[in-house]
Unconditional design. Structure first.
Length: 249
């Protein structure tokens, strides 16, 4: 029953992201995306998971339903009516909802018009690393099987894993245990995966160096060297039949 409710939340996030992906064209603003998402969440009778979310590290509440992170912005980029997307940009769109007491959370990175081959490769490798990690979401495997799979694929393709931000468990809270780094952190916990666990796996990958910094708005994290960054996320349940991706049909 719980998984079914999480499934409904995940599918709502999927529908929102599909609509927004279709809106990403040259000249649209990130506020346009925000407005469309806010309406879809309200129309579905859900609440936004991010708007009003309090961060201890920033000491502030996040003011939007979407994170829209453009180019070198890694995560937590803020929508703006002044931020017009242009050809050659990439934009990571991350959103979450609370529906019937359960959270949904997913992210996608979209190219604006034509992007060069190196940017296409960044998006492809990041998304591939997520799919490979999803395949490791099986009862009896360990958390490091997921983390190491992302790390190996990304690093072997010449890209960098962002270390300051990680995936997480999800359920009746947006962020639950365990934390899911996109690399093997030997100091961290390495629990066995058990049936019924739901994990939000989210590789964040930089084209250049891994180092990030947070802008003065206290939220937007950027690649320190200005290189492009990609971010994909799905919520995945551990079942008897292997991984069940709750955030896509």
């Amino acid at each position: 029953m719980e998984l079914e409710k999480l499934r409904q939340s995940g599918l709502l996030v999927y529908r929102i992201l599909e609509k927004l992906k279709g809106m990403v064209v040259e000249g649209i603003t990130t506020q346009d995306l925000e407005d469309a998402a806010e309406k879809m969440i309200a129309d579905a009778g859900a609440k936004p998971a991010f708007k009003g979310y309090y961060s201890q590290s920033s000491g502030t509440k996040f003011p939007y339903v979407l994170c829209t992170s453009v180019n070198e912005e890694v995560v937590h980029g803020m929508p703006s009516g002044r931020r017009k997307l242009k050809a050659g940009d990439i934009v990571s769109i991350d959103t979450g909802v609370l529906l019937n007491g359960y959270y949904g959370d997913s992210a996608v990175t979209v190219a604006v018009g034509e992007v060069n081959d190196s940017v296409k490769r960044l998006l492809k490798v990041t998304e591939e690393s997520l799919e490979l990690a999803i395949d490791r979401v099986r009862a009896g495997n360990r958390l490091f099987d997921i983390c190491g799979t992302v790390e190996k694929h990304v690093v072997s393709n010449g890209f960098s894993i962002v270390r300051e931000f990680v995936g997480h468990g999800i359920g009746t809270s947006l962020h639950e245990e365990p934390q899911i780094p996109n690399y093997v952190d030997r100091r961290g916990e390495n629990p066995r995966l058990k049936q019924g666990m739901v994990l939000a796996i989210e590789p964040m990958v930089n084209a250049g160096r891994a180092d990030t910094k947070v802008l003065p708005d206290r939220w937007t994290a950027v690649a320190k060297d200005g290189s492009y960054s990609a971010h994909f996320e799905h919520m995945v349940a551990v079942t008897d039949n292997g991984p069940w991706v709750l955030s896509r049909p």
